[in-house]
Design a protein around this ligand. Sequence first.
Ligand SMILES: [Zn+2]
Length: 324
Amino acid sequence: MKRHGRRNKIRACGAVLASAVLAAAFCLCACAPTDDGRKEEPAWQAGELRVHFLDVGQGDCTVIELPDGKKIMIDGGDGSAENNRKIADSLDDLGIGRLDEVILTHSDRDHSGGIESVLDEVEVSGIYLPYKPTLGSDEVYFSLCRKAEAEVPAVKYAPERYDYIRGDTYDYFLTFLWPRRFDAAPEGDANYYSAVLWLEYEGLSILFAGDMTKETEDELMREYALASDIFDWDDMHVSLESTEVLKVAHHGSATSSGEAWLRLLSPEAAVISVGADNGYGHPSDEVVAALHAAMPEGEVYRTDECGDILLTSAGGGAYTFSYQ
Ligand SMILES: [Zn+2]
């Protein structure tokens, strides 16, 4: 039986993006700058879900503060000194000295490059890696896996994809929708094997699409249509059509975000992590137009325009966006 997410959302940023003045005023509430120019985040409160989409240029790094205080990072940026410093400073600003879980969606450098630096900066209790390195795996990824196995207590590789993180005192879960089947090192396009994650907290559903491809989207939709029960675990249910917030795949590339996929998800808001003036032409105009078509009243938040983007929910399905 499908349970559809409650849709009593607050679109706090709806009009905010349209106005630089209002944006500045809004940021004064959510992320007041300090004298040294670094932002001062309000302290995380128990029961609050906070998702920080960090601006790491052309790459991905998302830090999640779960309602019970667990801290998760999805991807670690490209490994440039500037972005490594940025991520370390952000964790420091948030008072995060330990990450419960680091999830690397796939081995491409714009996601994996900074993970070794994260391992150096903070304690990491568990790490998910997209495949077991074998002879011939790229050297940087091989080195990351060796370091993780030496330093992180719990190392998991992609076949353990059905693992999930579940709240004890709060009603949330984070689980993998993809990859669904492969046991060896992937060949070909690493994006095809990119982890896709689903986070739900009291009716608010966020889909983190990694760098998934249209092929992945089609396979996932096919399996979803044929056997939606495989998306059920006990009382946890993944309902793709109830997606409220979409972390758009592959920096808004036209190789992802097919029309049928966006129509199925029909999110209320979308976030694109993308570098200004990147050489790939991300995000594609076609994808941005498709997003607006799939969510006529929804907002598209881009790290190249907004900087760091923060989603906050105190439960009950309501959420707000702020950015700096
Ligand atoms: Zn990428």
